[in-house]
Design a protein around this ligand. Structure first.
Ligand code: FES
Length: 87
């Protein structure tokens, strides 16, 4: 599991193995738009302020992937113990 801190919402969530960041946010009552929920459409994109994303999507291009500044919350996870998102 890993921690996701939502900087603007002042909320920290624990994302467990069987759940996505998106699901975890929704369970906490945080609204996040989504569509495909398969990492393909770009709707659930969030900006990463801190931490290293583990990209599982097919939406971001190589440069965006390497920059580590964006994450698709419906499928991607974290390589670091903690991610801070601009949400
Ligand atoms: Fe489509 Fe996440 S909802 S990429």
């Amino acid at each position: 599991s890993f921690e996701v801190a939502l900087a603007r919402s002042c909320v920290t969530l624990q994302v467990t193995a069987g759940k996505t960041i998106l699901e975890t946010m929704r369970e906490a009552g945080i609204d996040m738009p989504s569509s495909c929920e398969q990492g393909a459409c770009g709707t659930c994109l969030a900006t990463v302020i801190e931490g290293e994303p583990d990209h599982q999507d097919v939406y971001l291009n190589d440069a965006e992937r390497k920059s580590g500044t964006k994450i698709m919350t419906c499928v991607s996870r974290a390589r670091s113990a903690r991610l801070v998102l601009d949400l």
